[in-house]
Design a protein around this ligand. Structure first.
Ligand code: TXA
Ligand code: MG
Length: 322
């Protein structure tokens, strides 16, 4: 455990204190509806460097800028296409990140030197209160990757953030506790720099939803040259070896929808009732496997569309190891 402060009463006053910490160049981990983020003032290069150090993340991996309202899109992006505005109207606040042409405010230390920037309005009362407090203090946005060490499982509770990063934060930094994340997998990332929306990372906002909102066909990420760290083959991985769609053996962990029974001497880690619950509980279940010191976790993948697409995307990478 590190010495950083853990804040579980996220009152308006506490949010002003946290926002001031951001302005002063400290890190504040905060809840969103997807996963917890490790935040810093998106205009402060020194503060951003602390994020990379705490995560152990390569410096050319870009960060998502979180803003309090879609009206702040124009601070960070230029030449925003009409279809991106339609998406923002329909799905923000929500589990969606838009990749847009960057403005001069989005400097290389945010974008990894690319000409695009990722922007998102998260749908969580604590995140929105923090972003509004920052806005009130003249701040422009919070850059935040998922609050885990590079390549590891994203945290979906404040305690998981503390377990993961506590020893890399200092006593000026804070972890805000807003309860368990309701979505549980990271936001859908949509590249809006071309003529058509392109999904770089699947999430709760699906291709069907994007088409309904924009009237446009949606591309997948094949052939893109944009760097997405979450698209590395091995990512989102626990220490335990993840095996997909196999018969679990005695002593191994097991995650499957509730309809699948647990074979004898297999350690059932989660029995979600549906795909939404599967996403909600997945990362906490993988962390539990590591806490129990299991060597293998077998996962029976959900087969449906919707959020199941994002679950299978993360599981494929988790199965590739660390
Ligand atoms: O749900 C989420 O998106 C969470 C919460 C905290 O908002 N954040 C998150 O951040 O997952 P991170 O950094 O762990 O993953 C964001 C991904 C990275 O793979 C990054 O490479 C990609 O977004 N990304 C950010 N800016 C980009 C850009 N300009 N072009 C392409 N990819 C970008
Ligand atoms: Mg991440």
């Amino acid at each position: 455990m590190g010495p950083s402060q853990f804040v579980s009463h996220c009152t308006a006053d506490a949010m002003v204190v946290a926002a001031q910490k951001l302005i002063d160049g400290h890190l504040v981990a905060f809840p969103t509806e997807t996963v917890y983020g490790l935040g810093a003032d998106a205009t402060n290069e020194m503060a951003i460097a602390k994020i990379y150090a705490a995560k152990g993340r390569p410096a050319d991996h870009p960060l998502i800028v979180h803003v309090h309202s879609m009206h702040a899109m124009g601070d960070w992006a230029d030449e925003i296409p009409a279809f991106a505005i339609a998406l923002a109207r329909d799905f923000w606040p929500g589990p969606m990140t838009l990749i847009l042409n960057r403005s001069s405010l989005a400097q290389d230390f945010i974008t990894g030197g690319q000409n695009s920037v990722g922007v998102r309005v998260p749908d969580h009362v604590v995140a929105l209160a923090l972003l509004s407090a920052l806005h009130g203090l003249g701040g422009k946005g919070i850059a935040a990757p998922s609050a885990n060490r590079f390549g590891h499982v994203s945290p979906t509770t404040a305690q998981a953030v503390k377990d993961e990063l506590g020893s890399y934060l200092n006593e000026q930094d804070q972890i805000l506790d807003g309860g368990p994340c309701t979505v549980g997998v990271e936001s859908t990332i949509i590249d809006c720099t071309g003529d058509m929306p392109k999904i770089l990372r699947p999430g709760a906002i699906t291709a069907e939803m994007i088409t309904t909102s924009t009237g446009l066909e949606v591309l997948d990420s094949t052939g893109t040259s944009i760097r997405v760290s979450g698209s590395l083959d091995a990512h989102y991985a626990p220490a335990a070896q993840v095996l997909l769609d196999q018969q679990p053996l005695a002593g191994q962990g097991f995650i499957a929808l509730v309809a699948t029974a647990t074979p004898q001497d297999v350690i059932r880690l989660a029995s979600p009732n549906n795909d939404v619950e599967f996403a909600q509980s997945l990362y906490a279940s993988l962390r539990k496997a590591d806490e129990l010191g299991l060597t293998h976790v077998v996962i029976e993948q959900p087969t449906g569309s919707g959020i199941a697409v994002a679950i299978r995307d993360r599981l494929k990478r988790a199965a590739n190891g660390r």
